[in-house]
Design a protein around this ligand. Structure first.
Ligand SMILES: Nc1ncnc2c1ncn2[C@@H]1O[C@H](COP(=O)(O)OP(=O)(O)OP(=O)(O)O)[C@@H](O)[C@H]1O
Ligand SMILES: [Mg+2]
Length: 422
């Protein structure tokens, strides 16, 4: 005499099933399907069975049917009923109902070492060796999304990282120092790596500092919140505004905070007026507070690293001070190729790259847009599809002044020598 009776689940059993489920787990890992999925399946009357002893529910098996497949979402039992073949009885009863209902395949995924595994084997379920279970989670919950939008934060679209053309050296550095530790905090901790909290990007205008900030957020799947000092100043006064904003930011789980042109609020204090001193102090305090929480990164960008207050760049505030320079030759080739492909052009990216020394990604984008627009208009004028050639691009390059002159490149190299902290 087994001591239990297996029968179909009925709506009155819901509370008892939830109770048994919370007592049942034996593995450290949570099950693949959260309890809310199992409850939803029960409420939608997907096949499920319960085991009852003395009118008390002591076990349950819950499924969800999708076409001719079914997932076993749960096999759970009260601890006193383990190792008495109750699991096998529940699975057998459930699979009978599933197969009778037209299901052809039944799947189950269990945490390693979970009780139900032996029962599944007993019921002739075959384990599939060689499969690896992948998953990706979006760290922002719908509730957090409401708070984010009220703060003006946005979740950047996926794939921005891949869209950053060329810039291999900078990408590699940012990926290794920032993205990987933040994306794999446990592994970083095992190596004694402290998570980065704040980074300063510096470089000439248009080299991609803002682009990198968005790409990092996209890669991490974190929302990006840009702080606009001028707006904060207008609303509350800058020092108070910063203080308030960072208080609000502290309530978010994950966030990348971006401050562009940070020299406007963290400029050198000598010669500055009294408010500016208060503002720099407020920002320094905010960074200290910001650093004490997990799941966040502050990215500041500046064109003019030499004018930053020296207290600001001191160790302990910014983990890295990274130069984002004008693209090197290979980065320019990659940038040109991405624009040529978009314009359907058959032009020589090597020649364009050589002719555009000192051009920033923004300059290259400008030339590409000019050529595309001209060809688009030509198509309308002639009635035949115009295609840009190498010469079209070379002409437009000649008409464009590179943002980074030789003198600026030299200056940037000196700043890199003096300020960079990689
Ligand atoms: N590596 C890149 N690949 C493709 N496009 C890029 C790249 N870097 C920058 N761009 C494009 O160039 C333009 C300028 O880049 P961005 O605004 O990021 O520069 P910035 O360094 O923030 O400039 P600023 O110092 O003026 O704020 C943008 O339109 C951006 O999309
Ligand atoms: Mg910018």
């Amino acid at each position: 005499m087994a001591g239990w009776l297996v029968r179909d689940y009925s709506q009155n059993d819901l509370e008892a099933v939830v109770r048994v489920d919370t007592e049942s787990g034996t593995a450290g890992e949570p099950p693949l399907f959260p309890l809310s999925d199992a409850v939803a399946a029960l409420q939608a009357l997907h096949p499920a069975v319960v085991a009852v002893a003395d009118d008390v529910v002591v076990g349950a098996a819950v499924s969800r049917v999708e076409g001719d497949r079914a997932w076993i979402l749960r096999v759970c039992m009260a601890p006193a009923w383990r190792r008495r073949e109750l699991g096998s009885a529940l699975i057998t009863a459930l699979e009978n109902r599933l197969f009778a209902g037209g299901v052809r395949t039944v799947h189950a995924v269990l945490p390693e070492g979970e009780t139900g595994a032996a029962a599944l084997c007993d019921c002739d379920f075959g384990a599939r060796p060689g499969l690896v279970f992948f998953e990706k989670r979006r760290p922002v919950t719908p509730q957090a999304a409401g708070m984010l939008s009220s703060l003006g934060a946005e979740l950047p679209p996926g794939g921005l990282w891949q869209k950053v053309a060329g810039m291999h050296r900078e990408k590699r550095l940012i990926e290794r120092r920032l993205v990987l530790p933040l994306a794999h905090p446990e592994l970083a901790a095992q190596h004694g790596v402290e998570l980065p909290r704040a980074v300063m990007l510096f470089g000439p205008p248009g080299t991609g500092k803002s682009t990198f900030a968005h790409a990092i957020a996209s890669r991490l799947g974190w929302p990006l919140l840009e702080l606009f000092p001028a707006r904060l100043a207008a609303e509350y006064g800058l020092a108070t505004g910063l203080n308030r904003r960072f208080d609000e930011i502290a309530r978010l789980d994950h966030v990348l905070v971006f401050i562009d042109e940070v020299e406007e609020i963290a400029g050198t204090r000598c010669g500055a007026n009294a408010t500016a001193v208060g503002v720099v102090n407020e920002l320094l305090k905010a960074i200290v507070r910001f650093r004490s929480q997990d799941g966040r990164l502050l990215v500041c960008a500046t064109n003019n690293v030499t004018t930053l207050d020296s207290a600001f760049l001191r160790h302990g505030r910014f983990d890295y001070v990274l130069p984002i320079g004008p693209p090197d030759r290979s980065a320019r080739v990659a940038l040109w190729e991405s624009y040529l492909a978009r314009a359907g052009a058959e032009a020589d990216s090597g020649a364009l790259s050589s002719a555009s020394e000192g051009f920033t990604p923004a300059d290259i984008a400008h030339v590409a847009r000019t050529v595309s627009q001209a060809q688009f208009e030509r198509t309308f004028d002639t009635g035949a599809r115009a295609r840009p050639t190498t010469d079209h691009y070379l002409d437009a390059i000649r008409d464009t002044k590179p943002t980074v002159s030789a003198a600026m490149a030299q200056e940037f190299a000196e700043q890199t020598e003096k300020f960079a902290r990689l």
